[in-house]
Structures are given as C-alpha cells and as structure tokens.
Design a protein around this ligand. Structure first.
Ligand code: UDP
Length: 239
C-alpha cells in the first residue's frame, strides 16, 4: 500500500486530546502545543482542515445514559465542539496562523457558517479552516463530520490524531499482547469492528477513497513525521 501525494489534509482531533493531563475540559497550554504541531505541518506547504471532537466536555451518549433526551444531549455535544474549535483558533492565531472557524450550527457572532466555497477560498489563502459542530445533526459524531468535510473539501487524506499510535486488533490499554496494524483495509475495519472511527465515517472514507491515517498526536513532532511517511501510524485504505 502506498499513499497518493498529500497536498490537502483533514486533521481530526478527539476532544480528549485537548484535556492534556487533565480529566476534563481544555488545557490551554496543551492546546498551544497542538497548535504548534498544526503550524509545523502547515509550514511544509500543506492545506489544513481541522475537525475537533467534543468528548472532553460533553458527549451526547453520556447524557442519554443519564436519562437525557438523546437529540438534546447531542446538540450540547455539538456546542462543545464549537468551544474546542474556538480554543484551537485562539492558539493558532497566537502563533500567527490565520484561521477561520465554520460551524454546522449557525452562530454568527462567533464564527462563520459552513460554506464550502468560502472554505475553499480560505485554504487557497493559506488559512486553516476549523469545521465545528460535526455534521450539524444529532445521532452523528465528529468522526462522521470529519469524513464528510474531508470528502467535500477533496482532502487527500484524513488524519486521525488520538491518544493511541494506530489501530490494534484489540484494545492495547487492556490487552498487552494487542497487535498494531501498519496497514488495514476499510472492509476489515468494518467487518472486525476495529476501533478507528465509527462505521459511517469509515464507510464514507471508503466510498470516496480517502485514506485514513491513525496516529498519536500526544507525541511531539509526530504529525510532521506521519506526514513525511516516517511516523508510527496505521493507514486504512484499500489494497
Ligand atoms: N455530535 C453530534 N453530531 C455531530 C457531531 C457531534 O450530535 O455531527 C455530538 C455527539 O453528542 C457527540 C458530541 O457531539 O458525542 C461530541 O463529539 P464526539 O463524540 O465526536 O467527540 P470526540 O469523541 O471526537 O471528542
């Protein structure tokens, strides 16, 4: 398996990486570190779209498990992703990286709505575009939002930056013998229910032939290494 040339990427960060060492919420110092990683990748000439989850603040499923209406809880989760997007925008702009946030839930006072052509223009001008609020509908996740934006923005790859360094055949936090895949097909991920992203996101990437690179964003310099083909990662694509 080899990757096509990568010019434009969608970087998906789970909300939990914004917590840094905390148990909850946003650690501004760690967000600043993440922003440095994004800047380093951008400085290599890449066009970057970002999608950030909201799990560090609120997950709809967790609210539903405690008796909330699922859709209502999901809207709260989407609002959490907007807070994370604003935190990342702040950190990037403090490094001098021009950034625009586009939200799938309209919020005119704080960010733009999602407008594909406008996002295209931002990327052409060298701005990072952060897509917030997932797909804008309950019962979805930001993984699906990431796959959707990667497809519509014609990204060459979806990079999933998380706390683990790739895709394993079982949970590496529970099973010390878990084996990491260097490469794996979309169909195997779906058939074996491997924990990469949710199934709808993986299927959308498969149908649009967008490779998914799963890697740890917690290691300094790893994003740039992965983009240079030198990092530890798992690539999900067809043979
Ligand atoms: N969410 C949603 N629709 C979307 C994206 C997100 O309803 O299109 C809600 C959902 O409740 C989810 C929460 O926002 O639990 C936070 O997103 P996610 O769980 O994807 O964040 P991550 O796990 O990546 O931090």
């Amino acid at each position: 398996m080899h990757l096509p040339p990568i010019k434009r990427v969608l970087l998906k960060l789970s909300g939990e990486v914004l917590m840094g060492g905390q148990q909850f919420g946003i650690d501004p110092a760690f967000v600043a570190e993440l922003a440095k990683e994004v800047k380093a990748a951008k400085d290599t000439g890449l066009e970057i779209c970002l999608v950030i989850g909201g799990g560090n603040i609120f997950r709809g499923m967790a609210g539903a498990a405690q008796g909330m209406d699922r859709a209502q809880a999901d809207y709260m989760g989407m609002l959490a992703t907007v807070m994370n997007a604003l935190a990342m925008q702040n950190a990037l702009e403090q490094l001098g990286v021009d950034t625009r946030v586009q939200s799938a839930i309209q919020m005119d006072q704080v960010c733009e709505p999602v407008i594909r052509r406008r996002a295209e223009r931002h990327l052409e001008k060298g701005r990072v575009v952060i897509f917030a609020a997932g797909v804008g509908s309950p019962y979805f996740t930001t993984d699906s939002g990431a796959a959707l934006r990667a497809a519509e923005m014609k990204c060459d790859a979806l990079l999933k930056g998380t706390s683990v360094d790739g895709v394993y055949d079982s949970d590496p936090k529970r099973n010390p013998d878990a084996k990491r895949f260097d490469t794996v097909t979309y169909d195997k991920v779906l058939a074996d229910n491997l924990r990469v992203m949710d199934a709808s996101a993986v299927a959308l990437c498969r149908d649009n032939q967008i490779p998914i690179l799963v890697f740890s964003i917690r290691e300094k310099g790893n994003l740039a290494r992965v983009l240079a083909g030198k990092g530890v990662q798992t690539i999900v694509q067809d043979n």
